[in-house]
Design a protein around this ligand. Sequence first.
Ligand code: UD1
Length: 361
Amino acid sequence: MRIARIVGARPQFMQVPSIMRLLEEAGHEHILVHTGQHYDHALSGSFFADLGLPAPAYNLEVGSGRHGEATGRMIERIERVLLEIKPGVVLVDGDTNSTLGAALAAVKLHIPLAHIEAGVRDFDRRRPEEINRVLTDHASDLNFAPVPRALDNLKKENLGARSMLTGDVLLDCFLEHSGRREGFRGPLLQSLRLEPGGYHVITLHRPENTDLDEYGRFAEIISFVAALDKPAVLPLHPRTKAALDRYRAAFGSLGAIKVIPPASYLELLALVDACDCVFTDSGGLSREAVWAGRRCVMLLHAVTWHDLLEQGWAQIGATDRASIAKAFERAKIPEGAAAHAFFGGGKAAQAIVAGLERTFG
Ligand code: UD1
């Protein structure tokens, strides 16, 4: 098989290595295409370096823009690449604009499409990720569901016949790199003057939490974390900077919050490994916090990873101070091993490669 693997944004790079390796070992051709949605070293290059990924065969340099503008540029440029390399399958993952751009380009050219992390739903159609997921699942010839609930969602949408349960590829990557993270921890904690267990980690990047016209939510979250009795490390996503500047101008101080540049994959997980509690609006980081056995408060209105809440592994804090406080109080140390097993035990890539070979090989 010749597989075109199309990625573009930070959470997607971690889902490449384990599948790429297995495909290449089995003699298939894996061509990595980067749309260029994320272009800063901190959001892209540093991840390639941490994960030991080769430079992509193509970088389409689409950059930022409004949703239609950026996605349109992607479709145009991906189509051109697909016409050139003529893959047997296009493989995409997740819910970003790069996912949808690649899916549309592939199906319009009648190239078989497979989607990793399919069937995840938060049922809020105003969120771009939800639209991207739903449309990509329906365009795909083969859907790989990370958890049983995602497979159920696909069945309810009449996609069961072209869907299978695989486990979560993000966990493959998490487990593979667990040893390497340890080396990062000591120097990082030393440079930030933090003690293991003596600090929290906070990340915010969702538009509904960081855009200036939703500044009220942002201020509630930051003021809660700023008043905690332990320092909280905030690796700053570019999207979050404007809201943080406004907060600083209004209040002067960020209290307990220590702002650092966006962390690389291994740095962020090294920080998570030794922290007390993770506050985040990222679906990926909340799963990683639970797998690391750390307390986790999700800062979201819409729930994407319902199982984390149902199993009691994480708490949801919406975005007002009272509900964040309640979630923080309730958050307890999850059983990492049970959560690993629930998400497929780190064997998702094997299931995905087997599914690709069976269907398209
Ligand atoms: C995107 C994904 C989201 C994912 C997140 C991880 C979509 C719709 N959203 O959100 O699902 O969780 O990536 O980070 O695809 N910017 C930079 N440098 C970059 C990239 C972006 O400064 O390298 C700036 C852009 O100018 C823009 C903002 O960051 O203002 C947001 O970038 P965008 O790609 O729209 O989405 P994310 O918020 O990163």
